[in-house]
Design a protein around this ligand. Sequence first.
Ligand SMILES: [Zn+2]
Length: 302
Amino acid sequence: MLRSVEFSTDAAGAAAGTLLNLNGYSVLGEIYKPAIADGCINGVEMIGLRGLPQRMEEFKRSFGDRLEIRCVHGRTGNLPTSGDRSKTRIILQTANTLMVPTQELLNGIKGYKDVAVLFHRPELDGSGSKLIFPENKRVWVENHTEGIPELKETVVLVEDLRERGVNAGVIIDFCHVIGSVDLQNGRFPDRWRNLMDQLKNFRKEFKPREPIPWGIHVAWGTEPSDSLPLTDKTGKVRQEILDDIAVVIDGEITGMPIERVVFECQSEKVADLFIPNKATVGQLTDRFGVIYEDCQEAGILG
Ligand SMILES: [Zn+2]
């Protein structure tokens, strides 16, 4: 059963909270206006940048009960995902430096009863084994580097955490599984079909030790190295992806229904994440409008 549909706040500025308001109106509120009005979104996944408590308070003041913070996205570990490794390493190192250190985030989030946390797998592996997790707190772990073996490692890590008493679950990021090269080389439709087959096999071959919670992350945008091509002109690719995602949500891939879906609406330039301008917001609002309709048609939203 799909319990939560969320949007990542980086759609409208990674710093959403302080940058929530642009020229007097709420950026997030503007982009997601139709879905907020229809009550289709349960909340947002907020990026765990430093100064998080103030950002969370500011968010609450702006949205009240209309939009809740459901999860905070913490550090990713500094491993590059794929593609140009030196470039992605620098971007990730910078992003991780701007985010709240992991143990500090785990301690701070304790007081927010219904807010989950999320980390990428490399952040919790290795030295992450020394971390102390708050009791009953849902901890989502997302696959980070390319390929199916990484997804397997993510599941194993979640199983290990659950054995330690942590309320952990797996988030599948499809773009991370595919990797930036295959997202951009024009072979995407074939690669997507192939991924769906691989995921079905993965489920047959690899049964978790016990049922675990699952979620998915769906990234769309114009940043071609990290987003599904949901902006194709004819809409055919988009429709196919969304129809498949609807099947994934029903539990076809994981053997059990997906608990949460996180949509991320990326902007064209990385800088726009931090300083959104009116043009960016207009572009994202239009794009969201199209995808929102298609998601409703595919039975994902609404
Ligand atoms: Zn992530």
